[in-house]
Design a protein around this ligand. Structure first.
Ligand code: 13P
Length: 247
């Protein structure tokens, strides 16, 4: 039985003071008894939010990382720094990073490896554009992202990764994939993982859905067989996030 995991991706929102306030509001509202809960906050909010969440079951995640440990990489953050600050999860290869910051599958793969090396959990994102969906190449595209993202990792490492399926056309648009569409792709992802590794390994890997998840649609999406959680953008910045966790 895979434990569900709900992660909020705060994206580029909340100053440190606002982040502390939001974390304090949510901490008493989310029920963490049966679900893993993560707040993926901006870098500058990591330390104050970790402070607020101390003693709770909520973990802090980062939204990105660089694949070197230290050195002359102006403006980047190393996995060592994140680990040291208290980070447990790192989102890697979000579609916004792929689109606006030219992150390729090769870069994503390097980052996934580094995150694992530092004993944090990568949340590896994949997803198709509207055009790809209309062209009927959704699964081909996603299989390629999965193959490249997991390249060079053994099953032991693969089992530690969380995959987030986020159709790009559903992100921030209010246009959610139907639960059947989401289930179909998540099942396809599990199928590719079983082809790369084994059915046993594929059954252990948690797969989240992301894209306009809210308090109203969470229960239906999360009831699907191959959907083991949600990666939530907009609704993670509000009290509504608690409704999603407590679905
Ligand atoms: P929204 O929930 O705002 O659609 O964002 C989804 C997302 O990109 C989470 O990573």
């Amino acid at each position: 039985m895979r434990k569900k995991i709900i992660a909020g991706n705060w994206k580029m929102n909340k100053t440190p003071a606002e982040a502390v306030e939001l974390a304090k509001t949510l901490i008493n509202k989310v029920n963490t008894n049966t679900v893993d809960v993560v707040f993926c906050v901006p870098y500058i909010d990591i330390i104050p939010v970790c402070d607020v969440l101390k003693g709770s079951n909520i973990s802090v995640g980062a939204q990105n990382v660089y694949f070197e440990e230290s050195g002359a990489y102006t403006g980047e953050i190393s996995p060592l720094m994140l680990k040291n600050a208290g980070v447990k999860y790192v989102i890697v290869g979000h579609s916004e990073r792929r689109e606006y910051f030219n992150e390729t599958d090769d870069i994503v793969n390097k980052k996934v490896k580094k995150v694992l090396e530092h004993n944090m959990t990568p949340i590896l994102c994949c997803g198709e554009t509207l055009k790809q969906r209309e062209m009927g190449i959704t699964m081909e595209h996603i299989k390629m992202q999965i193959k490249k993202g997991f390249y060079g990792l053994n099953s032991n490492d693969a089992e530690k990764i969380i995959v987030a399926y986020e159709p790009i056309w559903a992100i921030g648009t209010g246009k959610t994939a139907t639960s059947e569409q989401a289930q179909e792709v998540c099942a396809g992802i599990r199928q590719s993982l079983s082809e790369i590794y084994s059915n046993e390994t594929a059954q252990k890997i948690r797969i989240q859905y992301g894209g306009s998840v809210n308090g109203k649609n969470a229960a239906e999406i999360l009831s699907m067989n191959d959907i083991d959680g949600g990666l939530v953008g907009g609704a993670s910045l509000k009290e509504e996030f608690a409704d999603i966790v407590n679905y």
